[in-house]
Design a protein around this ligand. Structure first.
Ligand code: HEC
Ligand code: HEC
Ligand code: HEC
Ligand code: HEC
Ligand code: HEC
Ligand code: HEC
Ligand code: HEC
Ligand code: HEC
Length: 445
């Protein structure tokens, strides 16, 4: 770097470089120390006690060597502190379904809901009443694959079924199974039946092995599934005033407060879990996520749920901790009207399609011509998004990803339908037979 210089100036240069580096390291180090002292969360993390630090339990002792991460994570959990052992979730009798032989006993590699149920009967019972359980599985697999016991459990859920078109998704049958198991099934397995007959995966929300309340309460937990063009609840939440409060101030909220005791002092604004699950104000904690809903918003044409008025009382009980009655009545009245307005747009799309169906001008196959996709996306993506945007305070989703796209699809549908009527024939072979093929009805979601 120094053209004419001898070894002396190289030495000086490298000495300067070293001094410079040391200075940078010292400054950076001090900055880090200051940051660590200033950040309250960092201090909180360090105070966590590992309840298994001195455990002599066989499973723990060996797994401390073989899977130290698991022991470390479980060690800081509330359950470990309460004395719940590895065996409580993993150990089963030899003849238990899916048991594997392990170190002189038998274990489940993936503990089922039945294991949690031993100690958390109430959470499991509520979960079983919800659409997160069997209905989520039936959404792609259909009811035909259910055992008689599961069918009975499914039919006992008041909100299980919502019209025959909701029964089973055509897309699941249509798409390559090598893909659907990593797509539909990845999300809908929240309600997957296990070999032992119990249902669902609690670990979809309670990530192992910390089983932390903070993690389950944070909205990112839900965005594993509640995301994307057809159910963008996460995106909507992010643009809502509630989501903005979470993102700008959430690091100060009381994430680990005991369940059932939460107040506005712990959470000045709600997350998904607060509105849909947490005990807040007069409303009790629930694992039935349908317990506070008034409409079937996911349906093409939204209808009221059974017991919707009681559900509304429970949801508004949460809102009432932060908003007054007038504000809420006006909000609910406006949101009800907006829901009905989306219903009318979807009815309109049905009217456009009706003559094509009557005159057998659609192919028998679903999702094999562009008009099928337009007709589907109109309600499945944009109509739903508009409704979700309305109910969860996301105006951009109500407008530009919602009603505007509905209008655009209506225009496209009209043009496609007119062309088809004029041509008076189907686009290709496989014209619908007299009964009106699967392609002519509204495809399932
Ligand atoms: C002597 C050591 C040792 C003991 C004792 C031990 N484990 Fe393991 N365990 C292992 C090793 C090693 C593996 C990983 C095996 C592998 O990777 O295939 C394992 C795997 C597991 C698995 C995953 C099994 C699978 O098929 O995926 C579970 C669950 C498990 N252990 C639970 C337990 C429980 C519960 C106990 C106490 C009843 C226990 N272990 C006792 C060493 C041990
Ligand atoms: C509260 C219940 C619970 C307790 C207690 C528990 N586990 Fe687990 N464990 C689970 C669940 C749930 C899974 C994940 C199953 C899945 O996602 O398929 C799991 C998975 C595992 C696996 C396989 C996962 C992998 O990534 O390889 C091992 C090994 C394991 N646990 C060991 C342990 C050990 C050792 C302890 C005690 C220190 C323990 N578990 C305590 C519920 C529990
Ligand atoms: C042997 C009994 C037992 C089993 C089995 C069990 N738990 Fe627990 N669990 C407890 C106890 C006791 C607590 C309460 C700890 C406390 O609040 O002091 C608890 C607390 C929890 C909490 C709240 C954690 C917190 O920080 O307050 C969650 C979440 C949880 N369990 C989930 C599960 C899941 C999911 C399973 C099944 C994979 C499971 N538990 C299996 C006994 C059990
Ligand atoms: C990213 C996760 C995810 C994927 C992938 C996914 N879904 Fe869903 N699905 C959801 C969520 C979340 C809802 C609930 C929407 C609501 O209630 O607003 C839902 C709702 C549904 C419904 C309507 C509710 C019912 O039970 O009638 C059906 C049917 C459905 N999905 C089937 C499928 C099929 C079939 C696939 C694959 C072709 C699929 N889903 C892929 C997350 C997913
Ligand atoms: C959709 C996500 C989700 C699923 C699935 C889920 N939980 Fe939870 N769970 C939560 C949330 C969020 C909380 C915290 C509620 C609150 O804020 O008070 C919680 C809290 C709990 C608690 C502590 C409650 C208390 O009163 O102390 C237990 C225990 C628990 N869950 C067990 C389970 C079991 C068992 C399952 C499976 C049947 C399950 N959870 C499935 C989200 C979920
Ligand atoms: C692993 C995927 C997954 C996760 C994680 C998940 N959900 Fe869901 N959720 C679904 C699916 C799938 C459905 C639709 C089930 C159906 O109707 O077929 C659904 C439906 C719902 C519904 C509508 C229930 C009804 O009665 O129509 C609500 C509300 C909901 N979820 C809230 C939540 C909240 C809050 C969280 C986070 C605490 C969450 N979910 C986490 C997959 C998930
Ligand atoms: C301010 C409270 C609030 C928050 C925060 C909130 N929701 Fe909602 N959510 C609602 C209300 C209100 C409805 C519509 C209720 C009805 O039908 O009466 C709704 C509807 C839903 C539905 C539609 C169920 C159906 O009928 O198809 C799902 C799914 C859902 N929310 C999930 C979520 C998820 C995931 C989050 C976080 C990303 C979230 N919500 C955040 C209040 C909230
Ligand atoms: C824990 C407190 C809390 C709860 C619970 C709560 N909110 Fe809010 N809400 C807020 C805060 C904070 C704001 C932002 C107020 C502002 O704009 O200054 C807000 C704003 C709103 C807005 C104004 C939206 C806008 O675009 O200006 C609506 C509408 C709303 N909430 C509806 C609801 C509904 C409906 C529920 C129940 C399903 C609910 N909130 C539950 C705290 C809460």
């Amino acid at each position: 770097m120094n053209e004419g210089g001898g070894s002396g100036s190289i030495l000086t240069a490298s000495r300067l470089l070293i001094i410079g580096l040391v200075a940078v390291i010292v400054v950076l180090g001090m900055a880090l120390i200051i940051q660590a002292i200033a950040r309250p969360t960092a201090a909180g993390v360090e105070t966590r006690v590992n309840a298994l630090a001195t455990s002599t339990d066989e499973c723990v002792a060996c797994h401390r060597r073989t899977t130290p991460g698991i022991v470390e994570q479980y060690g800081v959990s509330t359950m470990a502190a309460a004395g719940v052992a590895c065996r409580d979730c993993h150990e089963v009798p030899a003849d238990y379904p899916a048991a594997v032989e392990h170190e002189g006993t038998h274990v489940l590699p993936s503990p089922t809901t039945a294991m949690c149920q031993k100690c958390h009967g109430q959470e499991v019972a509520q979960f079983y009443q919800s659409r997160h359980s069997l209905p989520a599985y039936v959404a792609y697999a259909g009811t035909e694959v259910l055992t008689p016991e599961h069918l009975a459990l499914y039919e006992a859920i008041p909100e299980a079924e919502q019209g025959p078109e909701q029964m089973r998704s055509v897309l699941f049958d249509l798409e390559d199974k090598r893909l659907t198991r990593l797509a539909c099934e990845a999300c809908h397995s929240i309600g997957l039946p296990a070999e032992d007959g119990s249902v669902g995966k609690c670990q979809k929300c309670h990530l192992r092995h910390e089983f932390s309340l903070e993690q389950a309460r944070k909205p990112e937990t839900c965005n594993n599934c509640h995301i994307g063009p057809d159910h963008p609840q996460w995106e909507i939440y992010q643009e809502s005033p509630h989501g903005i409060a979470y993102m700008t101030q959430g690091d100060r909220w009381n994430w680990e407060a005991d369940a059932g005791t939460l107040t506005v002092n712990d959470f000045p604004a709600p997350t998904c879990a607060i509105c849909h699950m947490s005990g807040f104000g007069p409303t009790g904690t629930t694992h039935d996520v349908g317990d506070r809903l008034t409409w079937y918003l996911f349906a093409p044409i939204s209808e009221r749920r059974p017991a919707w008025e009681d559900n509304r009382v429970r949801m508004q009980g949460v809102c009432r901790e932060c908003h007054n009655a007038n504000f809420l009545n006006e909000f609910y009245a406006a949101a009800d009207e907006a829901t009905e307005a989306v219903n009318e747009y979807v009815h309109e799309s049905d009217r456009i399609m009706a003559p094509l169906i009557e005159q057998n001008l659609l192919t028998a196959e679903p999702f094999d011509e562009p008009i099928d996709f337009t007709y589907f996306e109109l309600w499945h993506h944009w109509g739903r998004t508009a409704k979700f945007g309305v109910w969860m305070q996301g105006p951009d989703y109500t407008q530009w990803h919602g009603v505007y796209e509905v209008l655009s699809d209506l225009a496209e549908l009209r043009e496609l339908a007119e062309q088809r009527l004029e041509a008076g024939m189907t686009g290709g072979e496989g014209a619908a037979s007299g009964d009106g093929g699967a392609g002519s009805g509204r495809p399932s979601p």
